[in-house]
Design a binder for this molecule. Structure first.
Ligand code: 9MR
Length: 568
């Protein structure tokens, strides 16, 4: 008897809530019946029939869905098609994703810059401090600064962006905004997440302590002389596959950009609001954040066309900077987000009037480059405290959010793996795992703050995307390191590669399936060209198997929110 996980079985590898929809996908066109057995395989607890067969139109494969939602008894089980074809054990239980909510938040701790990670908190992934960032040069691209030539600035802390060791304001924006939103939307569950970090015993929630590690760094990226914000703090080139403390190339801040200033504005304004109740523990910080937000906003208003164009920059200034660009040709969505967060925090109608909130009917799915919808989130989550002006627009904001949620959730049932994610080949881009998680957020915000007829479906579809992330997908991977039975072992993550430990740093979300990955990273070993199957668990695969803070943050949101809503 082979008890190993059969390659054709695709399940949420962590398990299911007792009363939730429970589905497992099987790559097959002829399976008739299935069984759920106790994990010791002594007892059959549920037998079911496959209903419909489906075709995954992207890969051409046949898929059948086993639904055992009717079985609700907590325990440890395996899924069995036959004696030979069985899954690894999974759980049915309350709070089944709590360890993942904690683990994905803990992932940020492992990304901390300028501090050692002692074994007490980091376990076997303990490492010395990397990148003090107390001696940072101002790159010639930022020479228009009023700062005297040769000025050295100090900009320590923050998180490493991803598998590389650089720090980028634009990507920090959506990341910190998303983490603060967990606290705004699901405060009770969020505050109870204990990640065993050095600050765990202080009076702040660990989620806030962790977020402050990056927020404080962001504050140092603002030039106090004019309010502008440097686009990034970076090496000129990516480091080799070495540990952080061995990576000692010159660090620069590069030119200021309008997108950095506006994302910074949004996050600082939101932080000011979220930090206010902690005035006693963090005297003055909420006010400093708001002050910084206003200054950055003014700079952005005075410099609306200062987009970050790395190629253009490299034509004019040396050394060439070839690390992540986070370039963006359009700052209008960043401006909407910034103005809205300032408005929500200050209640000053002038900010609200500064932008056109509904330039068209669209409600784009958030990503680092597209933050319009984060403005809509901010309005609905703070609906009660808005001025008349904002209240007047709430019905319109909600219509936009429901349109987005309907678009994401419609068809979930018919999707080959039964997930909202993957209904369109265009879902499978660089960082597709975060597409799935951000779809989840859009659904849960609509679930929480609107009252349309499809609300139940929003919640179910959000859960289906967590099923996607944890293994019910075309390739059968759980995309989170250390969480599941088939998980990335070789992420493009410098510490995981260089630390000499077999297991990668845990709790990190791999970017995941990316239709164009093979062309983008040219890593050898991809075995499929089907958009939902292009993934390679190899460390050269930075286009399908890197990790990044803006991918982990929506995973923290999705898991924490689902934990909060599990009884609904
Ligand atoms: O997440 C980014 C993705 O949307 C872009 O297509 C890609 C190429 O520009 O860059 C990704 O961001 C990377 C960043 O530029 C540098 N650090 C690692 C990030 C994740 O791969």
């Amino acid at each position: 008897i082979i008890y190993g996980q059969s390659d054709s079985i695709r399940l949420n590898q962590l398990g299911y809530y007792p009363n939730a929809t429970k589905q497992i996908a099987v790559l097959s066109d002829s399976a008739k019946t299935f069984k759920i057995m106790t994990a010791d395989r002594k007892q059959v607890v549920f037998s079911g029939k496959f209903k419909d067969g489906r075709k995954d139109s992207l890969s051409g494969k046949s898929v059948q869905i086993a639904d055992f939602s009717a079985f609700t008894r907590p325990g440890k089980y395996v899924f069995a098609l036959s004696k030979q074809t069985q899954s690894e054990p999974f759980a049915i239980k309350a709070n089944v994703y709590r360890p993942l909510a904690i683990g994905s938040l803990k992932g940020f701790y492992y990304q901390r810059v300028s501090t050692p990670l002692p074994a007490e908190f980091a376990g076997e992934w303990a490492r010395p401090a990397g990148h003090p960032d107390t001696q940072v040069q101002i790159h010639p691209s930022a020479a228009s600064d009023k700062r005297p030539k040769g000025t050295i600035i100090s900009s320590p802390g923050g998180w490493y962006d991803a598998g590389d060791y650089n720090k980028y304001i634009v990507n920090s924006g959506i990341t910190v905004g998303t983490l603060l939103s967990v606290l705004e939307d699901f405060p009770t569950t969020a505050k109870a997440l204990k990640t065993a970090i050095p600050e765990t015993d202080n009076a702040l929630p660990d989620l806030l302590d962790e977020t402050l590690w990056n927020l404080r760094w962001m504050l140092t990226m603002q030039d106090p002389n004019d309010g502008g914000v440097y686009h990034k703090l970076t090496n000129a080139k990516f480091d080799g596959m070495i540990m952080p403390d061995k990576a000692t190339s010159t660090r620069y801040v590069v030119q200021k950009s309008v997108t950095a200033a506006l994302d910074f504005t949004a996050v600082m304004a939101q932080a000011s609001r979220v930090l206010k109740p902690y005035e006693k523990q963090l005297p003055g910080l909420a006010d400093s954040c708001l002050q910084a937000a206003k200054l950055a906003w003014q700079w952005a208003e005075a410099n609306p066309n200062t987009l970050y164009d790395q190629d253009a920059m490299n034509k004019r200034f040396k050394p060439d900077v070839v690390t992540g660009a986070y370039g963006d040709k359009d700052a209008s969505d960043e401006r909407m987000w910034a103005a809205t967060e300032l408005y929500v925090t200050t209640k000053d109608d002038a900010y609200y009037k500064a932008v056109k909130l509904f330039p068209d009917d669209k409600t784009p799915l958030p990503s680092w480059a597209q933050v319009r919808t984060l403005a809509y989130y901010a309005l609905v989550r703070n609906a009660a405290s808005l001025t008349q002006l904002g209240k007047r627009d709430l019905p319109m904001v909600k219509r936009h959010l429901m349109e987005l949620a309907d678009r994401i959730s419609n068809g979930t049932e018919r999707q080959p793996y039964g997930t909202a994610m993957g209904q369109s080949a265009s879902d499978f881009i660089w960082g597709s795992s975060a597409e799935a998680a951000n779809q989840g957020i859009a659904l849960l915000v609509a679930y929480k703050y609107t009252s349309g007829p499809n609300k139940k479906q929003y919640l179910r579809s959000a859960l289906s995307n967590l099923d996607y992330l944890l293994g019910r997908n075309a390739i059968g991977y759980s995309f989170v390191t250390g969480f599941g039975t088939k998980t990335p072992l070789h992420p493009h993550h410098r510490p995981s590669i260089a630390d000499g430990i077999d297991a990668p740093v845990p709790g990190l979300l791999s970017g995941g399936t990316n239709a164009k990955a093979a062309q983008q990273d040219k890593c050898a070993g991809y075995t499929s060209t089907a958009p939902d199957e292009v993934y390679l668990d190899a460390d050269c695969s930075y286009a399908s198997n890197e990790i990044a803070i803006n991918w982990n943050a929506p995973l923290v949101y999705l898991t924490t929110a689902l934990e909060a809503l599990q009884e609904e």
